[in-house]
Design a protein around this ligand. Structure first.
Ligand code: AMP
Length: 315
């Protein structure tokens, strides 16, 4: 009999956005974006998802239909009549690792108070995607006994809501950050020292995303380094970090296991999902993605990282 793995749908909270993005490959306006949307869609390739966020009445029904078609439950999404959806505008120059923000319109975010549906409060896996850390704390206060809590953030909140962010970090098990954010938060020049300093703030596990240079996992005293996929053409890096986190938590939830071995694999699945996401604007690449593509790229990641046979041949 085929072994059926337990699936415990993660709760994902974060921004749901309409983005305006310009890259050397082109530009899009009012496109589906937001940290929660990118994470939830990436996670949905592994597990059903319970989404928590807020939108205005300008958020197109077609986007909601798409999210629902991915087995993403929207009972935790607040739609504010007469309100405008959060909107981020930014551009990338030829260094695609650096997003330049030109405008952030909080809109319905400004007065958002997340209220988790009862069923979500019993969640085992809770991912606090990029959103105001005060709202991340609100969500943490509503979940009863999660097995694994994870958070992400960005420079905007490190500067404007530092104290709340430090409190979030003191209460989560896993923190995602890109290398610049880790250095900005801790004041450490070395990424390794920065990751260790973040561990001291609370999370046992810290994952530092290094854009096109892969990702580092610090778990207690262990350290794992995953490469990135050698893509020749990157169209839009927006949402890479969120897709990474979505792939990570989606895989963990589908396995129902939080051992270091599963976390390492989850980092690779995160890298796989991020590598697909950057191949097109918005969530367009995800719309064409199949489980077969994911399995194939995971296999290629293994090939890229494997060195032992070669080493034996040389020695
Ligand atoms: P990433 O490229 O993974 O860092 O995330 C990109 C997404 O983050 C975009 O789709 C934006 O809508 C969203 N975003 C940008 N600024 C903020 C912010 N201050 N708070 C929450 N989400 C944001």
């Amino acid at each position: 009999m085929k072994h059926v793995k337990p699936i415990d749908a993660p709760v994902i909270v974060g921004s749901m956005a309409l983005d305006n993005v310009k890259t050397p490959a082109g530009e899009v306006t009012d496109s589906l974006g937001g940290a929660a949307n990118y994470s939830a869609v990436a996670a949905s390739f592994f597990t059903p998802v319970n989404l928590v966020g807020v939108i205005g009445d300008d958020f197109p029904q077609t986007h909601l239909d798409y999210l629902e078609s991915r087995n993403i439950d929207l009972a935790g999404v607040d739609r504010i009549d007469g309100g405008k959806t959060f909107s981020w505008s930014g551009y990338y120059d030829f260094d695609l690792n650096i997003a330049h923000t030109t405008d952030t319109q909080l809109n319905v975010f400004a007065d958002f108070k997340p209220t988790l549906p009862d069923a979500y409060r019993k969640a085992s896996y809770v991912f606090l995607a990029n959103i105001d850390p005060v709202l991340q704390l609100d969500v943490l206060n509503q979940v009863e006994k999660p097995r694994l809590t994870l958070c992400d953030t960005m420079n905007f909140w490190i500067t404007s809501k530092r104290d709340a962010l430090i409190e979030v970090l003191s209460r989560v098990d896993v923190a995602f950050m890109n290398d610049a954010e880790a250095r900005q938060l801790t004041g450490c020049m070395s990424t390794i020292k920065a990751a260790k300093a973040i561990q001291k703030l609370g999370p046992k596990t810290v994952i530092v995303k290094k854009g096109e240079h892969g990702a580092l996992l610090f778990h207690e005293d262990e350290h794992f380094s995953a490469p990135s996929y050698p893509l020749e053409d990157i169209v839009d890096p927006t949402g890479a970090g969120d897709s990474f986190a979505g792939g990570f938590i989606g895989y963990i939830a589908s396995e129902g296991d939080i051992t270091p071995k599963t976390m390492r694999r989850a980092v690779v699945y995160g890298s796989v999902m991020a590598s697909f996401n950057v191949e097109d604007f918005s969530l367009n690449r995800m719309r064409r993605l199949t489980p077969h593509h994911i399995a194939e790229r995971y296999r290629k990641f293994k090939e890229i990282a494997y060195f032992e046979a070669m080493e034996e041949a040389v020695l």
